[in-house]
Write a protein that binds this ligand. Structure first.
Ligand code: SF4
Length: 313
């Protein structure tokens, strides 16, 4: 029987002394994972920009003027070349993102073919294509897809201040279709969207109340994009990020916790804190969808310095 968390319980974990919080998180982490291993993934934008949604943090939204160059859906060969490169760089999972409200029906067959072909390279697959209906979720499962990414982003209360073109319930509906189709769920959030500490606690609580717990939880640190409404948002304190990661590790002991966007400007010490708190996956490469990422060279040096290893495919 799954534990039903209360706000007070989550708050008590989140707020406790940092030494105790990280100790608890690391102790739980070691019961379920090899604490020396970090899972490497690669994320490619397969269709970029001109998105009809109005997510206030996103360079790809058609509602804002950003420096982003739009790109139509890449063809299969271009995607497979990137997937091969990802495999050579040591990635275990290849994630593909498209800036759509929902995947167009006319592209479903093509998307199924792309997923099958990436899987045939021996990579796990994850896609993020926007909202899905039940049939689309099943089609992706039939193609062999492993994970579907759809984030809650933030707390239910803060959500309407960040996105107005689709509701929090729309997100839950897609997550339910994903779970019902038998796909694994990748679902997390973004920190630094102007949310309060209570929002961060509620976000974790609401994640634990999904019908099916996510197998993968990306925690993103907002990359402030010029031209978006959150382009000059107040930078979140690093300690809050570590608290979210550690609390997530304690609440979701078996999930992969992905330290996702916002690593480029994170110090080595901050990376070390996040890994001690239970983060155990990163995205490799110089780009994360359309934003700058840490880069393989830096990650290799970082892993060597911390005595950690990237799990190989
Ligand atoms: S986050 Fe996704 S859905 Fe929102 S605007 Fe960006 S691409 Fe579109």
């Amino acid at each position: 029987m799954l534990k039903q968390w209360t706000y007070v319980e989550v708050e008590q974990i989140y707020q406790q002394a940092m030494t105790e919080l990280v100790f608890q998180a690391q102790s739980i982490h070691r019961q379920h994972f090899n604490n020396h291993e970090i899972e490497p993934c690669v994320l490619l934008s397969i269709k970029t920009g001109a998105c009809p949604e109005d997510c206030k943090y996103c360079s790809q939204s058609g509602h804002y003027k950003t420096a982003l160059e739009k790109e139509k859906l890449l063809d299969k060969e271009a995607i497979l070349n990137k997937a091969r490169e990802a495999k050579e760089s040591g990635a275990k999972r290849f994630c593909m993102g498209a800036a759509w409200r929902s995947p167009p029906e006319k592209e479903m067959e093509n998307l199924q073919d792309i997923i099958k072909s990436v899987k045939a390279l021996g990579l796990e697959t994850c896609v993020t294509l926007g909202m899905l209906n039940a049939n689309q979720a099943k089609q992706l499962k039939d193609a062999g897809l492993d994970y579907y990414n759809h984030n809650l982003d933030t707390s239910k209360a803060h959500y309407p201040k960040v996105i107005t073109t689709r509701t929090y319930q729309d997100r839950i509906d897609t997550l339910n279709h994903v779970a019902n189709a038998g796909l694994k769920t990748c679902c997390g959030g973004i920190l630094g969207l102007g949310e309060t500490k209570e929002d961060r606690i509620n976000f974790l609580l609401e994640l634990s109340q999904l019908d099916k717990l996510p197998e993968s939880i990306p925690i993103n640190n907002l990359i402030r994009i010029a031209g978006t409404p959150l382009g000059d948002a107040k930078v979140i304190d690093n300690i809050e990020i570590v608290r979210v990661i550690a609390t997530a590790r304690i609440m979701f002991p078996q999930a992969m916790i992905r330290l996702s966007a916002g690593r480029k400007n994170m110090s080595d010490e901050m990376h070390a804190m996040c890994f001690m708190a239970g983060a155990n996956s990163i995205f490799l490469g110089d780009k994360l969808l359309t934003a700058e990422n840490a880069g393989d060279n830096r990650d290799q040096l970082l892993m060597a310095k911390l005595g950690l290893s990237l799990e190989t495919a």
